[in-house]
Write a protein that binds this ligand. Structure first.
Ligand code: APR
Ligand code: ZN
Length: 362
């Protein structure tokens, strides 16, 4: 395996990323080298390009990926050469306070959304890798706890989706909000994440799943994911939702955009005592305003869901099983198959609200 490989590099904020030749370090003890085969384009990647979040540059983008283990360092026990794995951008140490509490998605040793240097170089100088991975690249070197084995019979492009958007969406429904059969659910924002929320809410037995987007073109995608209703977002959204939920508002609303205005819309779409789950990642300077009296008297719960409040090491293999058994359908999520150089066009489609997931084949 050559030490040189192609990756998609963002040189500074607001510029168009380009494909560049990178150099991979040796695989150290406890590390694995993965030949990436499929990587999904997630809104968090776009957020690094458009400045919603501010990483360090130059940066290899990408974090929703799957591939094959091609080399392992000393003492690695979790994976062997030839295994198919998904990459985890929030690996858990299993020994910090949060991991001990059973909340590995909040592991305090993880880099979270920060970008790291991991020894990869560009033109002889250091380069950062997004979310500790930099998975829009032919290869990734990662600590072994950042890989999760999946059956080799699962197509790698579907496995890739499990590692971020699907786990985030399904986990928000199952773990964070705990949607029960018969409940009503509103989902605002129908990208890969929101459509995964729609599918998981339906699978959890929700009686009504009202899918909301600014883009009318999302209607067909929402329906194939299992939505019972589709509503184009407007200032009259809460009235519209009330009219479809016996005048009360929904039991649950999931915000899958990452904006203060849509968090507020999700709040207003729920009934008294309802649950609002924020799945979208917004920016630091976008502030949600709610009145103190409203917060008290509406008795609602407002909670965020980081990485689906999920123990990924358990839930990703479980999701893989569900996909293989046909209980979780993901095929409709992939609307574009592209090469590395076409990722900027996928960002443009995402900005226009077109399609669901673009997946890079590598
Ligand atoms: N109201 C309703 N829908 C909106 C609005 C709005 N005001 N603004 C944007 N949308 C829709 C877009 O049209 C698009 O369909 O939200 C959807 C977002 O989808 P993607 O851009 O594909 O994003 P996705 O990858 O699904 O991520 C959603 O979750 O993990 C986070 O960082 C991620 O914040 C992002 C969110
Ligand atoms: Zn993501």
């Amino acid at each position: 395996m050559t030490a040189y490989f192609n990756g998609l590099v963002l040189r500074s904020g607001g510029t168009r990323p380009d494909v560049a030749e990178l150099h991979m370090p040796e695989v150290g003890p406890g590390q694995v080298r993965v030949r990436v085969r499929a990587a999904g384009v997630c809104h968090s990647d776009l957020s690094m390009v458009n400045g919603t979040i501010k990483p360090s540059y130059p940066l290899v983008l990408g974090h929703e990926a799957a591939g094959e283990v091609v080399e392992i360092g000393d003492h690695v026990t979790r994976a062997a050469v030839g295994d198919h794995v998904v990459l985890n951008w929030q690996p858990a140490c299993r020994s910090c306070w949060f991991c001990d509490q059973g909340e590995p998605w909040l592991c305090s040793t993880s880099s979270g959304v920060a970008s790291l240097e991991n020894g990869v170089t560009l033109d002889g100088g250091p380069v950062h890798v997004a979310l500790g991975l930099g998975a829009f690249a032919e290869q990734v070197v990662a600590p072994e706890n950042a890989v999760i084995r999946v059956p080799s019979s699962l197509p790698l492009e579907l496995a890739a989706l499990l590692s971020c958007g699907v786990l985030t969406g399904a986990g928000a429904v199952r773990n964070t909000a705990q949607v029960r059969p018969g409940e009503s659910v509103v989902v605002i924002g129908l990208g890969g994440v929101g459509l995964s929320v729609v599918a998981a809410a339906r699978a959890a037995g929700a009686a009504a799943v009202i899918a909301v987007d600014v883009s009318e073109s999302k209607k067909a995608l929402a329906e194939s994911a299992g939505a019972t209703d589709f509503v184009v977002s407007s200032d009259a959204l809460s009235k519209e939702i009330r009219s479809r939920t016996s005048g009360r508002g929904a039991d649950h609303a999931f915000e899958c955009v990452g904006r203060a205005t849509t968090i507020r819309a999700a709040w207003r779409a729920t009934r008294r005592g309802g649950k609002v789950t924020v799945v979208g990642m917004g920016s630091n300077d976008d502030v949600v305003s709610l009145s103190a009296l409203d917060i008290f008297s509406s008795a609602r719960t407002l909670r965020s869901s980081v990485y689906g409040s999920a123990d990924f090491d358990v839930e990703i293999p479980r999701l893989a099983e569900e996909v293989q058994a046909g209980r979780l359908k993901l095929d409709h999520l992939i609307t574009d198959r592209i090469g590395l150089a076409e990722v900027p066009d996928a960002f443009d489609r995402m900005t226009r609200g077109e399609g669901a997931r673009s997946v890079v084949a590598l």
